[in-house]
Design a binder for this molecule. Structure first.
Ligand SMILES: Nc1ncnc2c1ncn2[C@@H]1O[C@H](COP(=O)(O)OP(=O)(O)OP(=O)(O)O)[C@@H](O)[C@H]1O
Ligand SMILES: [Mg+2]
Length: 241
């Protein structure tokens, strides 16, 4: 294992024209193979931080390095390429395309990255199978339950084998049994070595999924604790190396 962290955010600030800064000097280092939860009240800067890590937005000052790339210094094309190659994203409301089938939704990122159609299809079917939704490959997302849709979104996020999986409130729109499905899915992925950043309001979800919980208050890190007895993925990942 290399010693360089997967994510290294240094003194990151984000200011908009009006109001207090959305981020006010955030330092965050996440090891490869870790699963970190980011908690905080509405407006505390969680999505802003995730967007900086994803290269969807730039900090007003400070640096954002992911897997050795200075993400804050990328131009528009470089940043799109970085996202395709290195980042998988899951959102609260799935963001699936309603007029594409489940299979075609999952294949989109691979096709954007230039993977051949046959290979993309094989990988998508395999992923959907491993997530237990292979029987829905030809369905349209609207016919699926919330938990099933979120599993499709997870398959899509994993399509290009991202170094980093970012999830912004992935269980916010789900009932409790679907929350448990997604939680187990994230635990399994992390146990296989996937680095995950999970943004959530759900303290329980954070404590039982992540190895570490970071709390943002007014755009700054107020707390950074290791969760005992849960999210053992990092230890497992490191033991295998
Ligand atoms: N494009 C924007 N223009 C101006 N202000 C913004 C913009 N995006 C976010 N903000 C502000 O930055 C702050 C942090 O927003 P952010 O979306 O990161 O919060 P959050 O912690 O994700 O909240 P929630 O839990 O409600 O999703 C908020 O005060 C928000 O109003
Ligand atoms: Mg948010």
């Amino acid at each position: 294992m290399t010693n360089a962290p997967m994510i290294d955010v240094r003194e990151a600030t984000k200011k908009y024209d009006d109001g207090p800064p959305a981020l006010a000097g955030v330092n965050l280092s996440v090891a490869s193979g870790d699963c970190v939860a980011i908690l905080g009240h509405s407006g505390s800067g969680k999505s802003t931080l995730l967007n900086l890590i994803a290269g969807l937005d730039k900090p007003s000052s400070g640096s954002v390095t992911v897997d050795g790339t200075r993400v804050d210094q990328l131009g528009e094309a470089g940043s799109a390429k970085y996202r395709r190659a290195s980042i998988g994203m899951i959102f609260q409301f799935f963001n699936l395309l309603d007029d594409l089938t489940v299979l075609d939704n999952v294949m989109v990122p691979a096709q954007l990255a230039g993977m051949g159609k046959g290979e993309a299809k094989r990988r998508a079917v395999e992923l959907l199978g491993s997530l237990g939704i292979e029987r829905h490959v030809k369905a349209y997302p609207q016919r699926l339950s919330g938990g099933e849709r979120q599993r499709v979104a997870v398959a899509r996020a994993l399509m290009n084998k991202p170094a980093l999986l970012l999830a912004d409130e992935p269980t916010g729109a789900l009932d409790s049994s679907s929350v448990e499905d997604v939680r187990r899915l994230l635990l399994d992925l992390n146990a296989e070595g996937q680095t995950i950043v999970l943004v959530t309001h759900d303290v329980q979800l954070a404590a039982t999924t992540a190895h570490r919980t970071i709390e943002l208050v007014d755009g700054a890190v107020a707390r950074d604790v290791v969760n005992s007895g849960s999210g053992a993925g990092l230890a497992a990942a490191q033991a295998r190396r």
